[in-house]
Design a protein around this ligand. Structure first.
Ligand code: SAH
Ligand code: SF4
Ligand code: F3S
Length: 452
């Protein structure tokens, strides 16, 4: 036991944010106290991401800042957690001499022991990946966040080996968490007043524990908690369960929003990327989503400038995005990562300026699609879950629709955590502007909209 103060700074995907909450819990059980500023901490942890070069560069720069804090406070301990811990452990400890402890994503239970090793004057490292660890019995402690929306990890690791992606090497093999522990965590969140839960995994639809699959899990979770909204991220197009689409269509608290990463729009590129679906299969899936769930909102991830990408392939990606008309897209320039298939077998041969140009064409087109989609929302009614005050004005609240669109409207007497029925009065490419109609609930809103 010890009474040190710790601070965690988190980079990367939602899973990393969820992991930081697991680490909070482990450290607090050991007697440590979380603080909100690095300057106030005895131990600083950086939970890191390796997905692209610039994600790592940000962390290196931040670690250098922490090294200067160490000059003022000789007792300060700095630890690196997460994906970079797996990827660049030797460099972090030996070459840069920046940190005292390095802990990979499956070794967080060991942090208290590792901290004692540091106390004894040693550098401490545990980057062992596990076939079983899911942290199922640990109740994550959510020290930051809005108190309304929460992430729950249901599956760790990834077995997909997309040619560009480092995740299988930093997070190890895929493993699912037992349903009982997931439902228990959701129940705790319900009692704490949370209203929206996103179930997380790198390939969330391959969830399988004993005889329970992803659709059954979503069914159980949403029927047990009718006033909590459920989302999930990220599914893989290759094995998306069609049954789930029907469940989403029927069940008011399963959100009509699906993030379904395409990565590219041509068969040749998808094959090079080792994404096991064709353009046509992907498009029939998104078509089916739209048919089965009226008003569904779709989003995607896209990579520009992957190895050998031709102008034609780039155009096919553009045309796929135009066909689907996504409401949101995360768009990236390809960044080569060591150990991946692309690094071993292909050449990162698209010049930086071509990658940038293609990416900016993709982004430009996407912004205009979003603007157009949002214009069509004028007059629509949505049930918005209020997440907090709008960034632009204290007099306005901000939340998201069932379809995951950011909506702002006048504060009036509404509060964080309320479900509010609104009518859209204006829009930009990123936000809907609305007027409130009344406070509501999932049950009321959807039973009324069925009657209309
Ligand atoms: N498991 C998720 C993706 C996790 S990584 C999924 O499969 O949907 C998030 C996104 O980062 C990926 O979808 C991909 O678009 C992007 N990405 C991954 N590796 C990348 C790389 N080397 N360069 C650029 N973008 C990459
Ligand atoms: Fe990476 Fe592909 Fe796994 Fe997603 S599915 S984490 S892109 S290897
Ligand atoms: Fe980054 Fe690791 Fe997530 S590489 S995107 S933090 S799984």
């Amino acid at each position: 036991m010890n009474n040190r103060r710790f601070y965690i700074e988190t980079y990367g995907c939602q899973m990393n944010f969820a992991d930081s909450e697991v680490v909070n819990s482990i450290l607090m059980n050991d007697g440590m106290t979380p603080v909100q500023r690095a300057e106030d901490a005895d131990v600083i942890f950086v939970n890191t991401c390796s997905i692209r070069e610039n994600a790592e560069t940000r962390v290196w720069n931040r670690l250098k800042e922490f090294r200067s804090l160490k000059k003022d406070n000789k007792e300060l301990t700095v630890g690196v957690l997460g994906c970079m811990a797996e990827r660049v452990r030797d460099q972090i400890i030996d070459r840069e001499k920046l940190v005292d402890l390095v802990v990979g994503p499956d070794a967080y239970r060991d942090i208290p022991n590792l901290l004692s090793e540091v106390d004894d004057g040693r550098k401490a490292v545990n980057v062992l990946l596990s076939l079983e660890e899911t942290y199922a019995d640990i109740s994550p402690v959510r020290t930051s966040g809005n108190g309304v929306t929460a992430f729950v990890s249901i599956l760790r690791g990834c077995d997909n080996m997309c040619a560009f992606c480092v995740v299988p090497f930093t997070r190890g093999r895929e493993r699912s968490r037992p349903i009982d522990s997931i439902l228990r965590e959701i129940d705790e969140l319900n009692h704490q007043g949370y209203k929206e839960i996103t179930l997380l995994g790198q390939n969330v639809n391959s969830y399988k524990h004993e005889s329970i699959d992803f659709t059954q899990l979503m069914d159980e979770a949403s029927s047990q908690n009718p006033e909590i909204r459920f989302r999930f991220s990220s599914p893989h197009p290759k094995d998306f369960p069609i049954q789930l689409l029907h469940l989403i269509a029927e069940r008011p608290n399963l959100c009509s929003y699906i993030h379904i990463p395409a990565q590219a729009g041509s068969d040749s590129m998808l094959e090079r990327m080792r994404r096991p679906y064709t353009r046509e299969e992907y498009l029939s899936l998104t078509e089916l989503m739209k048919e089965t769930i009226p008003g569904v909102s779709l989003s995607t991830d896209i990579i520009a400038g992957f190895c050998d990408e031709t102008e034609e392939e780039h155009q096919e990606t553009m045309s796929l995005m135009k066909t689907v008309e996504y409401d949101l897209a995360y768009m990236f320039a390809y960044s080569e990562r060591e150990r991946t298939l692309a690094h071993r077998k292909y050449e990162d041969n698209i010049p930086e300026e071509v990658k940038k140009r293609r990416l900016s064409e993709i982004i430009k087109q996407q912004m205009s699609i979003q603007e157009k989609n949002n214009l069509k929302e004028l007059g629509n009614r949505h049930l918005v879950l209020v997440e907090g005050t709008s960034k632009r004005s204290d007099d306005q609240l901000s939340g998201r629709s069932d379809t995951n669109k950011v909506v702002v409207f006048d504060r009036k007497d509404f509060q964080k955590g309320d479900y509010v029925e609104v009518e859209v009065t204006g829009s930009t490419s990123a936000t809907l502007i609305a007027k409130s109609i009344k406070k509501s609930s999932i049950t009321d809103f959807y039973s009324e909209s069925v009657l209309v």
